[in-house]
Design a protein around this ligand. Structure first.
Ligand code: PMP
Length: 305
């Protein structure tokens, strides 16, 4: 990833991609206190636009707040940085990665004295779980790793440190031949995927784990709430057990990277017909209409660059 042409916004300026470097004594590299975002820009009929830029930027500031880090830029500067990165890299569509981290000014667990830094990178990125996955659905395994308890690491922060849990779960699942992991919370209820929120559908009603199960408050998850309202679909947040997923009619993952990815199997048990279900397909189509600028109702969710 490091050897390519392009620009990265780093501490207030656009620098050459290859020169966007930090020191090995970077505090976040050692102790894991940092926060990031994943944002997508889409090529719409009206030009390239960033989807829900305000909400992603707000979550970045909230993540930093939870981690007791003060971002040394204004909200508008951080929004503008993301727009500038899309422009500077001539991205028609792609993924943006803002990251807040603690610098190399000091060592030791206490970050006092370490500066808060910010960077934004952006690159073209297709379907996270594969184009085929978007159409046919993916195969998922319940992880042997438990999702963070809400009072261990802070689960409403998109914190760097939370992702060692996601990495372990994802590696275990993919090394066993699955596409992605599903994590349960510390009491055994369904939480979320390694980098996605979960929805199931039973008898025409959608269910998603409530946030007390330690799932991130996904912006795509929230977009699905709006889509369900528009389509007249009932949706409930509740505690969900893994066997409820086995006997659901349809299931799908959501995320900025994963978009709306159907799940066709959990733990080698087919969900519904073992393919993308009809309601999932409708929701997926509505999602792509919104992000690609084909639904005027949500024009304000798209920031033109
Ligand atoms: N849960 C986790 C652990 C994630 O990493 C992500 C991706 N950011 C999500 C859920 C989905 O969040 P969003 O829809 O805001 O991308």
């Amino acid at each position: 990833m490091d050897d390519r042409d392009g620009k990265i916004w780093m501490d207030g300026e656009l620098v050459e991609w290859r020169d966007a470097k930090i020191h090995v004594l970077t505090h976040t590299l050692h102790y894991g206190c940092g926060a990031f975002e994943g944002v997508r820009a889409y090529k719409t009929a009206q030009g390239t636009a960033i989807f829900r830029l305000q909400e992603h930027t707000k979550r970045l500031f909230n993540s930093a707040k939870i981690l007791r880090m003060t971002i040394p830029y204004t909200f508008d500067q951080v929004m503008q940085a993301q727009i500038d990165v899309v422009k500077a890299n001539n991205l028609e569509s792609g993924y943006l990665r803002p990251l807040v981290w603690l610098g190399s000014e000091k060592m030791g667990v206490s970050p006092k004295g370490a500066k808060v830094h910010l960077m934004v990178a952006g690159w073209p990125w297709g379907a996270y779980l594969g184009e085929e996955g978007l159409k046919r659905g993916i195969r998922v395994k319940t992880s042997s790793y438990t999702r963070h308890h809400v009072n261990i690491t802070m689960t409403q922060a998109k914190a760097v440190s939370n992702y060692s849990n996601s990495i372990l779960a994802n590696l275990e699942a993919t090394e066993d031949g699955y596409d992605e992991a599903l994590l349960l919370d510390s009491t055994g209820f369904v939480s979320e995927g390694a980098g996605e929120n979960l929805f199931i559908i039973k008898d025409g009603v959608l269910y998603t784990p409530d946030l007390s199960a330690g799932a991130l408050n996904g912006i795509t998850r929230n977009t699905i709430f709006a889509i369900c309202k528009d389509l007249g679909l009932e949706l409930k947040e509740k505690r969900i057990t893994r066997d409820e997923v086995y006997i659901s009619d349809e299931a799908f993952f959501t995320g900025t990277a994963a978009e709306v990815t159907p799940i066709r199997e959990l733990d080698r048990i087919e969900i519904g017909q073992g393919s993308r279900g009809p309601i999932t397909e409708k929701i997926q189509a509505a999602f792509f209409d919104i992000v690609n600028g084909r639904n005027p109702k949500y024009a304000e969710w798209l920031t033109k660059v």
